[in-house]
Design a protein around this ligand. Structure first.
Ligand code: ATP
Length: 234
């Protein structure tokens, strides 16, 4: 469904992605595991059209992606950015409606809003609250809900568990599995390697801008080198 071919991305003289290739098939959860600064956000921002690669390309269903980020969203790719970035001075409901900003199918927008409220009852309870006054975990739920409101075929999640208390981390990962069950494809970037490998079908390890390993998530979670480097097991 999504295919990344030999991406090279630079920030000025910094070579952040050094020839990344990967693919995400329909209905899969694929995770990218990597330490701080490995290039995870750079990869997602390149797929969603925010950054331009110097070399390489991104294909969606066999076609190169358009260069404008909003066109990428229209095609069915939605990114939930790291750090949530909700609109603090708008209500929860208005934040969600904004996620559907490029859509014209009013009836389905209403249905999707109900679906997001089913997935996140907490957001339904707080639909008239200003987003800036939500807790960190609630803001993360809102950011994911807003991403779903563009009716994506593939959701790009950038560190959805960052900074959350353990119980909320579990809630977010449960929701990621529920979103998969709705038929969505997910590319998940995470530092919480254990949780990410627990929900994912396949995984890639990103180190200093290069993919160093790839495989089935259930194999990787048992691999001693990966356990030592990323799962805190000696
Ligand atoms: P983290 O988990 O800490 O967010 P990451 O894996 O997402 O890390 P990136 O944010 O993609 O990593 O950064 C990859 C590399 O590119 C890092 O060395 C970083 O310092 C550098 N970098 C990222 N953004 C910029 C920028 N705007 N200007 C210059 N260098 C940047």
């Amino acid at each position: 469904m999504l295919r990344v071919e030999n991406l090279h991305v630079f920030y000025g003289g910094i070579h952040a992605l050094k020839g990344i290739s990967l693919e995400v098939n329909q209905g899969e959860i694929v995770t990218i595991i990597g330490a701080n600064g490995a290039g995870k956000s750079t990869l997602l921002n390149t797929i969603s059209g925010i950054l331009k690669p110097k070399e390489g390309r991104v294909l969606f269903k066999g076609h190169p992606l358009p260069s404008k980020p909003f066109k990428v969203v229209e095609l069915g790719i939605s990114q939930v950015p790291e750090g949530r970035l909700v609109f603090a001075n708008l209500t929860v409901k208005d934040n969600l409606i904004l996620g559907a900003y490029l859509r014209r199918d009013k009836e389905n927008i209403k249905k999707d809003l109900d679906r997001v409220y089913d997935l996140f009852p907490r957001l339904k309870e707080r639909k008239n609250q200003m987003a800036g006054t939500l807790s960190g975990g609630e803001q993360q739920m809102l950011a994911i809900g807003r991403g779903l409101m563009s009716a994506p075929q593939i959701l790009l999640l950038d560190e959805p568990s960052l900074g959350l208390a353990p119980i909320l981390v579990q809630t977010i990962f449960n929701i990621i599995e529920e979103i998969k069950a709705l038929g969505k494809t997910i590319l998940l970037v995470e530092q919480n390697a254990y949780k990410a490998l627990s929900v994912a079908d396949r995984a890639y390890i990103l180190e200093q801008g290069r993919i160093t390993r790839e495989g089935l998530a259930r194999d990787m979670i048992k691999d001693s080198a990966i356990q030592e480097a990323y799962l805190g097991v000696k």
